[in-house]
Structure formats: structure tokens, C-alpha cells
Design a protein around this ligand. Structure first.
Ligand SMILES: Nc1ncnc2c1ncn2[C@@H]1O[C@H](COP(=O)(O)OP(=O)(O)OP(=O)(O)O)[C@@H](O)[C@H]1O
Length: 378
């Protein structure tokens, strides 16, 4: 079942907490609403579920407008962060709850409900646990019971709000794989709220990245990583170093001496360069900086770089054969993107590429040296 949102707005105390959101969720897809705390993710999910109203815009399920339908008529299953099971009921009764409170006319028979519960217990890898009480289960098992309860009535759309929040990281990882499996096997359309980019990337086909009640960018995890629409999107999706500096005469000049200038379009003035850890290179013997390796993550190291009067901690590729201290080096971050006032300035790094050649050759320093020589710091 597809979900379409058109220009949704919800205001609280005059402030838009969902601010003109449009989104298309295809049948059978897994979409993550990703963003920092307060971005409006839960508010949006609650509108889709029919738990909260909205001030403007429309919600469509399979092309039909459902704004006027109350939550239980939308055929949507949801599981929110506070998924509390009913402690006084067995696992089986918890799962059966949604079916057992249906009006007599549409309520399945006891035998049918029992069969459905067994089916769900198997799907959730909880065979034979129907007679237990919630306090007799682990956190991960309780989570799966909560999901079984959400799925008992056979919804085609599943809404999940930070469902793994309370679990420890290892259980979280294993339950993610299993959740995606359930989604695929049941042919669900799932929308997951999370602030964890790894979770979103691992589970979702599409990520809608949110901030301040708006969708900043939506696309596949790879699209968001490779072509972030804004500096916020880039910094949210991956670990980046921000290097302050300025643009002058078509070049970004970092405040840090020994950082190679990066071609940049846009008017002169203060700016910053955002660069991914793996896109910073130390060039031994080509400058006056000293870099101390503090920590390694595979091919990437965290360095304290002393350059002129400044020391900066940044992540960079570890040069082949490098010792813990790399002396007389320059830094190349030409694969970075230049930003000002929360927007890309254009130029280097657009589309994930840089002026840097594929074979790692730098822009010829001889070409930029005269320009650099004419610049003085503000
Ligand atoms: N009922 C409400 N009354 C007042 N403000 C609200 C209400 N519900 C949400 N908000 C505000 O709306 C904004 C968005 O909240 P929401 O819970 O949707 O964000 P979120 O992205 O889900 O955050 P989190 O990841 O922390 O759950 C926040 O600033 C929140 O304080």
C-alpha cells in the first residue's frame, strides 16, 4: 500500500512542527525518516497513523485520501518508542489484543485468533513463548512481541518510531536484519523513524532526512552520501571535518596553513570546507605541518595537526609507511565541499568529485601558488 503526503503542515502554538512536507512512499518500500531530535519525525508519523491531526495538506493511502479516517480505520500497524506490553497479559494475549477487541461482526473466531498468534510467534522467532509474561522475556524478545502485536490485524503499512531505542547495540543489530526480513516476507510498506544514520542506511531503501519540520533531502542512502543537498545533510550522513577559511579569487584558503587551496566558485568571503575523513590526505615532505597519529580506524587515522600557530584534530588517510609522527607535510582536502551560511558554494566537490584527478594527482601547485601569494588573511 503506497503512502503519499502532500504539503502537510501541523502547527503547535503557532509554530509549524511539520512544515509543508510532501513525500511519496512506494508500495513495498522501506523508508526511514531520519534526523536530529526535534526534527518533527514523530509528529509526521503520528499524522500518518491518524493519531494527530494536521492544519493543512493531505494524506493518501493507495491513492485514497484518508485524512478524515480515524486511526483504526486506516489499516496501519504502528509501534512507538514506548511500546509497553500489557504486563498482566501473556505474550499470546498481548499479540491477540487488536483482534480480540474488534466488534463481534468482524472479530475472528477464537481458533482463528489462536492460529494467527501461532503464525506470528513463528515469524518473530518466538515459538512456544505464547504462555510467558512480558517480564519473563529479554528486551529483544519483548520488542518482537510488540511488533507481532502491531502486525496481528494484518496491516499493509507499518509505522515504527525508534523501535530499537531501548536495546543494547548488539541486539539492535541482529533485530534490524530480522525486521527487514519480516518487511520483505510480508510485503509491507514500512516507515521507520530513527536518528541513527547507520540504522537508516542498513534498513531503508529511501531516506527522508528531516530538520526543523522539513525534509531536507530524500533519496537512497547512497544518493544522500554521494550528493548531499546541504552541508547539514553531508554532516548528518557521514563523519566530516569542517575547516574554517575564506574564499578569495576562486579559491578556498583554509585558515590552517599548509592546507592546499581548493578551487571554489562564489563570492569572496568567509566560508568553510566540509571534507570526509577518507578524503583528507597528508602529503609528507610537501609542507611545514607536523601530524601526530592518535588513533586508527583501518586506513584512516585521527591526527593532531600542528600547522603554523594552529593545531587541529582531523581524520585523514594514513600515508603509506607513515610513522606515528608525520613531519613537514602539507594537507590536501580538495575532495571537500565549500559551504557558506548552510548552503554549498558550488565548485570543488560538487557531485562527490573534486578537482583532484582519479589517480590522486593534485591540482598543479604551480598554478595556484601565485594566486595564494597575493592573498593576505583578513
Ligand atoms: N504536543 C506538542 N506540543 C508542543 N510541542 C510539540 C508537541 N509535539 C511535538 N512538539 C515539538 O515539535 C518538535 C518536533 O517534535 P518531534 O517529537 O516530532 O521530533 P522528533 O524528530 O521525533 O524528535 P525525537 O527524535 O527527539 O523524538 C519538537 O520541537 C517538539 O518539542
Amino acid at each position: 500500500m503506497s503512502v503519499r503526503l502532500e504539503h502537510l503542515v501541523r502547527r503547535v502554538g503557532g509554530r509549524p512542527i511539520v512544515d509543508d512536507i510532501s513525500l511519496e512512499v512506494e508500495t513495498g518500500s522501506f523508508t526511514a525518516l531520519l534526523g536530529p531530535s526535534g526534527a518533527g519525525k514523530t509528529s509526521l508519523l503520528r499524522i500518518i497513523a491518524g493519531l494527530d491531526g494536521h492544519d493543512a495538506g493531505c494524506v493518501f493511502l493507495n491513492g485514497a485520501r484518508v485524512d478524515m479516517l480515524e486511526a483504526r480505520s486506516r489499516n496501519i500497524g504502528f509501534m512507538f518508542q514506548n511500546y509497553a506490553l500489557f504486563d498482566h497479559m501473556t505474550v499470546a494475549r498481548n499479540i491477540a489484543f487488536g483482534l480480540s477487541i474488534r466488534p463481534r461482526k468482524t472479530r475472528p473466531t477464537r481458533a482463528q485468533i489462536a492460529a494467527r498468534v501461532e503464525e506470528l510467534l513463528d515469524l518473530m522467532h518466538l515459538p512456544g513463548m505464547g504462555g510467558r509474561y512480558p517480564h519473563e522475556l529479554s528486551g529483544g524478545q519483548r520488542q518482537r512481541v510488540a511488533l507481532a502485536r502491531a502486525l496481528a490485524t494484518g496491516p499493509r503499512v507499518l509505522l515504527l518510531d525508534e523501535p530499537f531505542g531501548a536495546l543494547d547495540p548488539l541486539v539492535r543489530r541482529s533485530i534490524r536484519g530480522w525486521l527487514r526480513d519480516v518487511h520483505d516476507r510480508l510485503g509491507l510498506t514500512t516507515i521507520l523513524v530513527t536518528h541513527d544514520r547507520n540504522e537508516a542506511c542498513e534498513l531503508a531503501d529511501t531516506i527522508a532526512l528531516m530538520r526543523d519540520g522539513r525534509i531536507v533531502q530524500s533519496g537512497t542512502p547512497q544518493q544522500l552520501r554521494d550528493a548531499p543537498a546541504t552541508p547539514f545533510a553531508m554532516a548528518f550522513m557521514q563523519d566530516v571535518t569542517r575547516l574554517p577559511g575564506r574564499v578569495a579569487a576562486g579559491l578556498f584558503i583554509a585558515d590552517l596553513p599548509d592546507m592546499r587551496p581548493v578551487p571554489a566558485q562564489g563570492p569572496d568571503g568567509r566560508a568553510e570546507l566540509l571534507v570526509r575523513a577518507g578524503d583528507v590526505r597528508l602529503l609528507p615532505g610537501q609542507g611545514a605541518a607536523t601530524a601526530w597519529l592518535r588513533q586508527t580506524y583501518g586506513p584512516i587515522g585521527t591526527f593532531d595537526v600542528m600547522s603554523g600557530p594552529d593545531t587541529l584534530r582531523l581524520d585523514a588517510l594514513i600515508p603509506p609507511g607513515a610513522a606515528r609522527i608525520v613531519v613537514n607535510c602539507a594537507l590536501d582536502a580538495s575532495a571537500g565541499r565549500v559551504a557558506r551560511d548552510g548552503q554549498w558554494l558550488g565548485g570543488a566537490g560538487d557531485g562527490g568529485d573534486s578537482d583532484d584527478n582519479d589517480d590522486g594527482e593534485m591540482t598543479d601547485p604551480a598554478c595556484i601558488a601565485p594566486v595564494v601569494a597575493n592573498l593576505s588573511k583578513p
